[in-house]
Design a protein around this ligand. Sequence first.
Ligand code: KG4
Ligand code: ZN
Length: 355
Amino acid sequence: MSEPVVLGLESSCDETSAAVLRNGRIAGHVILSQDVHELYGGVVPELAARAHLAVVDDVVRGALDEAGMTLKDVDALGVTAGPGLIGALLVGVAWARAAAFALDRPVVPVHHMEAHLFAPSLEDPEARPPFVGLLVSGGHTLLLHAEAWGRYRLLGQTRDDAAGEAYDKVAKLLGLTYPGGPQVERLALDGEADRHPFPRPMLRGDQRPGDPDYFDFSFSGLKTAVANQVAELEDDDRLDQERAHVAAAFQEAVVETLVAKTMRAVEVTDCRRVLLGGGVSANRGLRQTMRERLGDSGTVFRSSPRLAVDNGAMVARAAAFRLSRGEVAEDDLVADASLPFPGLRFDEDAGNPGG
Ligand code: KG4
Ligand code: ZN
């Protein structure tokens, strides 16, 4: 039996994207990144919402054209309902609701971070639970154990800045434009990390499972350390010659911390399948270090860079799962900037399996 055709719509931040999923495969996909934010060094919420509104019709049409379909061929509409920027989310949700009403089709609300979990499965059917999931994006850093699709145990999260946010802030300090992650990564290739020994945030050898900070992350102190270093180098007129080294040292500190905490989760859950999701999972250093540390007895699942950052295909994929469980929205669906992660439970014992 063929699976329902799902249109996925993503507008939670600064990408407007739509995708058509037919029999579990991407039949059409358009991702439009807003470049207006480059001017301001970060996403300006009001501008993001307006830009989504200006292009959403064309983005959906583009995805349908590529699939050789029209809206009438779509069986259900999946849309990111949160978390994200409220004005930006509203554009997608209002669009999906209107289309669903006109076509008499269901709308399936999708949680943006759960969609990131589904992204690798678009390219690799093996990328399914059980796995230890590390979600690293511009707004979130989450470490979880996925026991099954829809059943997740939260192990750790960031206490302040998200990993992607740290990349973007450091990029700004180094004079690079937004979004900073890919540029810091490129610059770091020409640098030597050991020239600037930055701290490994919230990573100490004396932490034990059950400690409240065993799995948690914190990146704001690292950002401050980089800011202080940059200010010092600027005073000495040495920033230009040290820029790549600072980028490399910052990246090593972030990657080392993310990988070390993920490996703790691997040990505690005894699950050697690791899934990387979110924009920062496009980082080659993170992927390589994760693979090396996990070794041959483990598997790292991750998307190609295009599907690692925000996109409509992962939304369609997550929507297909929720639809298969009959989870469709009522008529009163609204966008929710802080939508709770569905099926995610915080387990007090998460880090303390031995009691
Ligand atoms: O998942 P995503 O596209 O959007 C959010 O949900 O936030 O993630 C965007 C974040 C940005 O902070 C961006 O700088 C970061 O992912 N990013 C990267 C790389 N590509 C994107 N960070 C490090 N290395 C990369 N190659
Ligand atoms: Zn995202």
